[in-house]
Design a protein around this ligand. Structure first.
Ligand code: HXC
Length: 514
């Protein structure tokens, strides 16, 4: 028996070596950690339970039959993050460049199927040269099997992709279907076709980093939700994200203990809105004063910055925050901002995370670029997402809520549960100047002093419409509140909404304007 134990020890040891010390050294030299080192950093100490470490590929073509590494380029198993179970896979670049073979795919599929049965999040650490070239179509089939499972798992369990090396070709579509993509600056990239193909087809010269690096996907394409300087920082933040999420769609996010004595009026909120309503201010200041410990975990921070999305806790309760940012493009809704907001709202709704919506929006962005680019369809995404969401939904209008954007930003009419406004709120069909120039055009042009007439009409309009009280008279606004009391009101609203149940009509699925 001791011999057999010894044999088992050796086999396990061999599997843990991956592609061997040389390949590990090459990986380290690139500034990258190995698949197992990453897992160790990601999960609670000693919690990782590996499975399938003896799996090998079954291919024989192109001399690959003699090179069979136990584990076959991906480490899979279960672990805990802050005591809560997760399933994970971590591709091992030291074995055939982490490329995906039939058996490599089967390991990932096994983990994903288990994660769905167990109702636990799945985290994929991607570092792969793509389809195992020697296996041809069998590898493509493996990818398709994963794409199908990613789709079936969508909305059932949270799925997180962490891209820590190459991710190219069709392989990008697995992360793309998952809920969140993390990337590491300078060592990870994602693209459908690489720089060489780009050069052949479009004659553009572009580097790996510019085409599909972390910065590109964080700011230009919006593909990456989070990017960090290095792998360690990235993995720490994956843990942070998980802390806001429930385990599955039937679960609720865990509440943290909240020190009620800290819940008092905060006068700093009273002085954020400038006297001149056309002056910008930073909505993140408002958010930071509302979330516990000023801890706002922003999503897609560098993309479509005119809308802010992210997670925070209010009174210990996890919330998804959607806010217009008056500091960027006056907080207007454009194509990118609408799509960014919509996907986030749908994630929160799928996973029972209440929504807090902070509104200061002058409307939708005008112009041919926006119209021809489909602002109608894209704006409708955000509208649809808020309309269909049945989670607790709380809105605070801090200043402007003009036109269609008033309706879209979680208004009462589309099932906002608590809709508050600050006294500085201006709820109207459009901004005062535009409105007056249209409805009093004749009077202004005919007046002896058109400028004075414009000013007169402007102040009449502002007096009448640029306030929250007409909306409040109708009950479209549940309460006009002092800014300083906002957090107290939010904690109370979120507590009241704990037992909220709302349902959409039965259907196969809706048809969001994609
Ligand atoms: C088999 C692969 C591989 C692959 C890398 N390797 N990619 N083996 N299939 N797809 C092997 C290499 O032969 C090498 O083995 C080892 O992994 C490390 O690769 P290097 O090239 O030495 O590493 P590096 O210089 O860092 O370059 C990494 C790389 C490059 C940029 C990823 O390897 C590369 O371009 N690979 C091919 C990428 C590709 O075209 N994949 C197919 C994409 S299409 P040895 O033994 O020499 O160390 C695709 C379709 C998916 O994936 C479709 C889904 C629907």
């Amino acid at each position: 028996m001791p011999d057999k134990f010894d044999d088992l020890r050796k086999r396990k040891q061999k599997s843990k070596l991956g592609g061997g010390p040389d390949k590990t050294e090459a990986q380290h030299k690139k500034g990258k950690l190995t698949a197992r080192e990453r897992i160790e950093l990601l999960v609670d100490e000693g919690s990782f339970e590996e499975i399938d470490m003896f799996v090998k590929h079954r291919a024989t073509d192109f001399g690959i039959g003699s090179k069979r590494y136990p584990g076959d380029g991906v480490v899979t198993g279960f672990a805990k993050i802050d005591g809560r179970p997760v399933a994970l896979y971590s591709q091992d670049f030291t074995v055939f460049g982490g490329s995906l073979s039939e058996s490599h795919a089967e390991k990932i599929i096994k983990i994903m199927n288990m994660a769905m049965k167990l109702g636990i999040p799945v985290i994929g650490l991607n570092d792969s040269g793509g389809a195992r070239i020697q296996e041809g179509v069998v590898s493509l089939g493996g990818y398709a099997d994963i794409f199908l499972l990613n789709t079936l798992a969508s909305g059932v369990i949270p799925q997180i992709s962490v891209v820590m090396g190459p991710c190219a070709g069709g392989a990008v579509y697995s992360p793309a279907i998952t809920d969140f993509i993390f990337m590491v600056k300078n060592t990870s990239y994602m693209f459908v076709t690489g720089p060489n193909v780009v050069k052949t087809v479009t004659h553009e010269e572009v580097s790996f980093e510019d085409l599909g690096g972390a910065e590109t996907h964080a700011s230009k394409s919006g593909v990456a939700h989070f990017i960090y300087e290095n792998e360690i920082e990235t993995l720490v933040n994956v843990r942070h994200l998980i802390s806001y999420l429930p385990q599955n769609f039937m679960d609720k996010p865990a509440d943290l203990v909240f020190n009620e004595s800290t819940l008092t009026a905060d006068k700093r909120l009273d002085s954020i809105i400038p006297d001149n309503s056309n002056k910008p201010y930073d909505m993140k200041q408002v958010i930071n004063l509302l979330v516990d410990d000023n801890d706002f975990f922003e999503v897609q921070a560098e993309y479509a910055e005119n809308i802010i999305i992210g997670f925070g806790r209010i009174g210990g309760m996890s919330v998804g925050i959607v806010a217009n940012q008056p500091e960027v493009l006056a907080g207007v809704l454009d194509i990118k901002a609408s799509a960014k907001g919509a996907r986030f709202v749908r994630f929160c709704d799928a996973f029972n995370i209440p929504l807090l919506v902070l509104v200061d929006v002058p409307g939708f962005l005008p112009g041919t670029e926006q119209e021809w680019g489909g602002i109608i369809t894209n704006g409708a995404k955000l509208l649809y997402a808020f309309c269909e969401a049945t989670v607790p939904k709380v809105t605070v209008i801090t200043r402007k809520a003009y036109g269609g954007a008033y309706d879209v930003m979680n208004s009462k009419h589309i099932r906002g549960d608590f809709n508050f406004a600050w006294p500085s709120a201006e709820i109207a069909v459009m901004g005062p100047k535009g409105a007056v120039e249209i409805i009093f055009k004749k009077e202004i042009t005919a007046a002896e002093n058109p400028e004075a007439e414009l000013e007169k009409k402007l102040s009449e309009y502002i007096e009448k419409f640029a306030n929250p009280y007409i909306a409040a008279e109708r009950g479209y606004i549940d309460d006009v509140i002092f800014p300083r009391d906002t957090k107290v009101k939010l904690v109370s609203a979120l507590k009241i909404l704990k037992t909220k149940v709302d349902k959409n009509p039965g259907k196969k699925h809706g048809n969001i304007p994609l």
